[in-house]
Design a binder for this molecule. Structure first.
Ligand code: ZN
Length: 363
């Protein structure tokens, strides 16, 4: 049994040399709402209830998910740097109350994304290619990928996807939880419906352009239809595999509200597609719980098909030991302790997502 220090040392060495990719964060929301900036390192209460004092005189909405009462310190550039993160995928997501101005809202978030890249260009860059990711890694900087979570900003016009591509979007999911003109999402008690004709056209267009298809929020029908429609590997950017892809539906806390059937079959299909499952930290008890999720996918369909998709916003409680992005090395330490090989750890931390990006992106 090696000494504890040896494990920590090996983990730190591995982590610092790894390309570490987190496949989902909503940090553009509180930035666009004026609550924080990328380089602002707001505090995170350790493992306590994630509530936040309402600023004096605030006129902001206070409810879920990212109003003034939510903890928003989990993501920041200083925490990415301390946590050894190489690439943060940043989602453009339009909340229910903004649907009447979805395009405007998404452009606002996209503007903020580029503004943050500009203001912090010595430390982080917008990346659209794997060579760019390797270059920022070698330069000791971070990278950020721009993504769309839900196609509401496009209305009914697929041509707008071309414009979002020109604005730098390189990953996109057709739906969030709700149904839209492109697809059904994982809504409560909606088990029918999948991709619309428009949604299937969008998947093919994403393949043509070199945008990674994200099936993270689709229901079971939509999952199968996306895998079928996509000629390229997909990602499932942020989910708990044990809760959404259980071996038996009744094992999931979301059953019967969500369709969590065919868990094993869907994971096997994702693996055949060459895709990668981003395990989220949301609702995990602690770091070991997250690594248990990683292990579940790795054991069922192989270590080549799992990665990280943190999604730490909107929670009432912090996963212990993984309260914010500066704590990422704890995952590596846990995997070292569990006896994972260096090669497998590098794949899980980001190598697997790099493989998908290499296949899909045009540079
Ligand atoms: Zn999400």
């Amino acid at each position: 049994m090696p000494a504890a220090k040896t494990i920590e040392d090996r983990a730190m060495e591995l982590h610092s040399r790894a390309i570490v990719i987190d496949c989902h964060s909503d940090l553009l929301m509180p930035i666009a709402d004026g609550f924080t900036r990328l380089a602002t390192d707001l505090p995170v209460p350790e493992s306590a209830a994630w509530t936040f004092e309402v600023p004096e005189g605030s006129h902001r909405r206070l409810d879920w998910p990212f109003g003034a009462t939510s903890c928003i310190g989990q993501y920041s550039l200083p925490k990415f740097e301390r946590g050894g993160l190489t690439v943060q995928v940043c989602a453009v997501f339009v909340d229910d109350h903004e649907l009447d101005r979805a395009l405007k809202r998404s452009l606002d978030m996209t503007w903020w994304f580029h503004r943050e890249m500009e203001d912090n260009r010595d430390r982080i860059e917008h990346v659209c290619g794997c060579d760019e990711i390797r270059r920022v890694k070698a330069a000791g900087k971070c990278g950020a990928v721009l993504a769309i979570e839900g196609f509401e900003p496009l209305g009914l016009d697929l041509r707008l996807l071309d414009l979002f591509y020109k604005m730098g979007v390189r990953m996109a999911g057709l739906a969030h939880n709700r149904r839209n003109a492109w697809s059904d999402g994982t809504q409560h008690y909606v088990k029918t419906g999948g991709l619309t004709t428009l949604g299937k056209q969008a998947v093919r267009r994403m393949n043509e352009m070199g945008i990674v298809v994200d099936v993270g929020h689709l229901n079971t029908v939509g999952f199968w239809e996306s895998i079928e429609a996509s000629g390229a590997p997909v990602v499932l950017s942020h989910r708990s595999p044990r809760k959404f892809f259980p071996l038996k539906p009744e094992d999931s806390p979301f059953h019967p509200a969500y369709d969590v059937s065919q868990g094993r079959e869907r994971l096997e299909a994702l693996a055949r597609n060459g895709g990668v499952f981003g395990v989220f930290f949301l609702a995990a008890r602690d770091v070991e719980d997250v690594v248990d999720d990683i292990e579940y996918v790795a054991k069922l369909v192989g270590v080549d098909h799992v990665g990280l998709g943190s999604d730490l916003y909107g929670l009432a409680k912090a996963p212990q030991g993984l309260e914010d992005m500066s704590k990422l090395p704890a995952i590596t330490t846990s995997m070292v302790r569990r006896g994972y090989t260096d090669e497998d750890i590098l794949k899980i931390l980001g190598g697997n997502f790099m493989r998908v990006f290499e296949k899909v992106w045009r540079r």
